[in-house]
Design a binder for this molecule. Structure first.
Ligand SMILES: [Zn+2]
Length: 450
């Protein structure tokens, strides 16, 4: 007897769409195809059943900045967006996750409040190399480093020497280094020049991030990783020409992957000039031609993973005045799935093809990159992390729909085609009827053997 049988579903599996039933026993998918006896039956009504998304790039800011977001609100937003596993970044919480003690605090905070399963990235900063063995032993899935100096003293950028020797430590363990690849000196020099000239306009933010600032950093970090044998994952690539460098490296045999964020696939620099602070992020939004170029790469299988880079903050940190004063980040974990489904269909894909695209790049591949074998796909024996998605529902985003603590979004007022209807985490209802189920607790996912 199964615990659950979902009937009349269009099930999105790595092998294609299967119309039929999916059964769950003890939190795992037990059968796909025909109807099986189960204690509970749910009629999926012919809607799409996707694997829960695996978002490798969220900032939930807890411990230390729970007033920015926190695990309770952040994970609720994830759940409502069909994201059943998040891997959280080491910065923007206090303390930053750069040693074993900070990791213990992060695990405690997440374990107490997250309603979705979670993994954690540690930080490689200048200079915590002596603390890395203990941090890596503690169960992080890899490390994140910034080539760009954000100005956050708790997470200083890793210069080339730190990248090089940190990569060597990671290579021994076959864990990935995630890198924010932007040339710090180019951007900071331009920002200082513009500020000295009295500029604080939105265009100045774009002008301070010329394509070379991303392309140069991507090229450099590829060289460093190749020299050390480190597995590299470049986050939020925003330019097709930067992506092409990575694709070329892959074709030459290098062990490197990269992600593109939903906002870089659905917003342009023109949107940023209109919306202002709410759409400020780094790298910034790019031209419509760049967005088209990223879609061409995605539709031809050359992007490895899709993520949100969910980076919330209090609304007051997105002021309308000087663009330099606004927090750089977009709060988006709840919207990745509906954004991608909507945009993919506008670009000519059927709902089923769009769902397969999302399942592959926002669930399956990220789970593989992070080393989470039980996650990321619908298959017998895997975790029953499932999203029932109504591809026909047309709706408009309102602030009240957002589960984030501070429900600002550059997508307010946008019309979506397709809606998350119900979500299961390891076979338990996590979200339905517009509400996150009470009492759900996510599990910590870590590398095998930790
Ligand atoms: Zn980020």
């Amino acid at each position: 007897m199964n615990d659950l049988c979902l009937t009349h579903a269009r099930i999105v599996t790595p092998q294609g769409i299967v119309s039929g039933c999916l059964s769950v026993l003890d939190g795992k998918i037990s059968h796909i195809g025909g109807k099986q006896p189960a204690r509970q039956e749910v009629d999926a009504g012919g809607k799409l059943l996707l694997p829960g998304l695996v978002d490798l790039h969220v900032h939930f800011n807890e411990p230390g900045r729970t007033d920015w977001e926190g695990w309770a609100h952040g994970s609720a937003a994830a759940a409502a967006g069909g994201v059943t596993t998040v891997v959280e970044m080491p910065l923007n919480a206090v303390p930053a996750t750069i040693n074993a003690q900070a990791l213990a605090l992060k695990v405690a905070a997440a374990g107490a409040s997250s309603c979705v399963d979670f993994g954690l990235w540690g930080g490689l900063v200048c200079d915590n190399r002596a603390e890395l063995p203990e941090l890596l032993d503690g169960g992080v899935l890899g490390l994140k480093a910034f080539m760009y100096e954000t100005g956050d003293p708790s997470f200083p950028a890793a210069h080339d020497g730190i990248l090089y020797s940190g990569m060597a430590q990671l290579a021994v363990r076959d864990l990935p280094l995630l890198v924010h690849a932007e040339n710090s000196q180019i951007i900071h020099t331009l920002m200082a020049d513009f500020q000295a000239a009295g500029r604080s306009d939105r265009q100045a933010w774009l002008d301070a991030h010329p394509p070379i600032s991303e392309v140069e950093a991507v090229a450099r970090v590829l060289l460093l990783a190749r020299a050390t044998g480190c597995r590299l994952h470049i986050v939020h690539v925003s330019l097709p020409q930067a992506a092409q460098l990575i694709v070329d490296a892959q074709n030459a045999g290098q062990n490197v992957t990269f992600e593109v964020c939903a906002h870089h696939l659905t917003l342009t620099e023109t949107d940023f000039l209109e919306l202002g602070a709410v759409a400020k992020c780094g790298p910034p939004l790019r031209s419509a031609a760049d967005v088209d170029g990223l879609w061409e790469l995605l539709l031809t299988g050359r992007i490895n993973s899709l993520a949100s880079d969910h980076s919330p903050c209090p609304s007051a940190m997105k002021p309308d005045g000087s663009i330099w004063d606004a927090w750089g980040g977009i709060n988006g974990v709840q919207l990745t799935l509906p954004l991608l489904m909507t945009e993919a269909q506008q670009r000519g894909l059927s709902a089923e093809a769009a769902a397969q695209l999302v399942a592959r790049y926002a669930s399956h591949n990220p789970a593989h990159i992070a080393g989470l074998p039980g996650k990321g796909a619908i298959g017998v024996g895997l975790d029953a992390d499932l999203v029932l998605f109504d591809p026909e529902a047309v709706w408009t985003l309102r602030a009240a729909d957002l589960k984030s603590l501070h429900p600002w979004s550059p997508f307010l007022g946008r019309e979506f085609t397709g809606k998350v209807e119900r979500v299961w985490l390891r076979g338990q209802t996590l979200y339905g009827g517009g509400a996150v189920a009470g009492g759900m607790r996510g599990a910590w996912v870590r590398p095998a053997g930790v």
